[in-house]
Write a protein that binds this ligand. Structure first.
Ligand code: G3I
Length: 357
């Protein structure tokens, strides 16, 4: 469990403190259902993190039971928790192709889509204005394999409010409205699959960068890129994936554009690590160490969030898991809320990062 002298929580080491020591915000996604019902989980968050984001409760679907109503209870609960603990709060997300409400397809048309989008951002962004560190305004709008021009995803929003410009209308409207509604929040374009050295990742990086450049050319408000960082300890072919040169070149270009970078949803799946728990944890920890050790070298990277903090609630165990049927261990704390070697590696990487100004 961890490396000597590192594996304690409580008054001891914390991800938050390690980050704060370098001027980096460090935290995780939170399940509000677990926050309400699991006191040990709540205590761990209070001890460990300085920035939080709702895993689901700020998304369009969960917030919008019907075209005319909002459900804010869970989002309010997390906002109050963050405020009570002096934590920064992220918003995730205003626009996404998934977790849209059942009524969306039958109700949203090319005629009313812009009004639906603007009124959603006004209501949600307005409610938490001044309390949000950064909003994922648009999430995962690039999907090169969909075959649309410039690699855009053929999403429900693209269908009803896409347009033909270099920046789809829904993206422009979302960012402009978010800036108007909450001028203090950093506005983020968030995506996955840009981390690797494979051809698919390179193509996705190119399309994401073309979107960011086009947004700047059109003076559409934008402050940062969110790199989700759902990565693997070992690939299906048994080899350890390389994350670095392509990603760092993108981060450097983003920095030169005057933008920041956030690691928004990190986890390291051990789906293909064929070994016993100790060796699996070491493989996961080595990837936390090398990935964060590399990415945090660039001072444009201002925050690191893992997608959850304990294996007890990771989404990865809801997806296609390990062949041996055992649960994945992708996060800094295991299912018993005990620190793993990944916790040590994350704290060490934060400690070792160049201090932010
Ligand atoms: O809340 C309902 C509950 O009422 C119902 O009983 C239950 C059974 O159907 O479903 C619950 O909703 C689930 C929700 O998580 C809350 O637990 C949805 O079915 C389930 O699809 C949803 O999964 C979330 C997923 O996004 C949706 O696409 C995961 O928790 C969440 O970790 C995941 O997060 C995404 C990021 O937002 C964007 N990047 C990738 C990341 C992983 O897919």
């Amino acid at each position: 469990m961890g490396l000597p002298g590192f594996a304690q929580t409580g008054a001891g080491l914390s991800i938050r403190a390690a980050g704060a020591g370098r001027g980096i915000l460090a935290g995780c996604a939170v399940s509000v259902r677990a926050l309400r019902s699991d006191a040990a989980y709540k205590k761990l968050l209070e001890e460990q993190v300085g920035i939080v984001v709702a895993e689901n409760e700020f998304k369009f679907g969960p917030l919008r039971p019907s075209p005319t109503t909002f459900f804010f209870d869970d989002a309010d609960y997390l906002a109050a928790f963050a405020e009570a603990n002096g934590m920064k709060l992220r918003g995730h997300n205003f626009v996404w192709h998934r977790q849209l409400p059942k009524w969306f397809d039958g109700y949203v048309t090319p005629t009313n889509a812009e009004q639906v989008l603007v009124s959603h951002i006004e209501a949600v962004g307005g409610r938490y204005a001044g309390k949000i560190h950064s909003w994922d305004v648009v999430n995962e709008a690039i999907q090169v394999s969909d075959g649309l021009p410039d690699g855009f995803r053929d999403s429900p929003w693209q269908k009803v409010l896409g347009g033909t410009g270099a920046v789809p209308r829904y993206i422009e409207v979302a960012f402009r409205t978010a800036r108007r509604v909450d001028p203090k929040a950093l506005l983020v374009y968030n995506d996955y699959g840009v981390e690797g050295e494979d051809e698919g990742s390179a193509k996705k990086r190119a399309a994401v960068m073309e979107l960011l450049r086009a947004m700047q050319r059109q003076k559409i408000p934008l402050d940062a890129l969110g790199v989700q960082s759902h990565i693997s300890a070992v690939n299906k072919d048994g080899r350890v994936p390389v994350y670095g040169p392509g990603l760092m070149a993108m981060i450097a270009e983003v920095r030169k554009m005057g933008l920041k970078v956030l690691v928004t949803e990190m986890d390291v799946n051990d789906r293909y690590v064929a070994a016993e728990v100790g060796a699996r944890d070491l493989a996961v920890a080595q990837m936390y160490g090398s990935y964060l050790g590399t990415v945090l070298q660039d001072r444009a990277v201002i925050a690191v969030l893992t997608w959850g903090i304990t294996d007890k609630y990771t989404w990865l165990n809801g997806e296609d898991s390990r062949a041996d049927g055992t649960a994945e261990r992708p996060l800094p704390f295991d299912a018993a809320l005990q620190p793993t070697a990944a916790f040590t590696a994350e704290v060490r990487a934060l400690d070792g990062a160049p201090a932010r100004d």
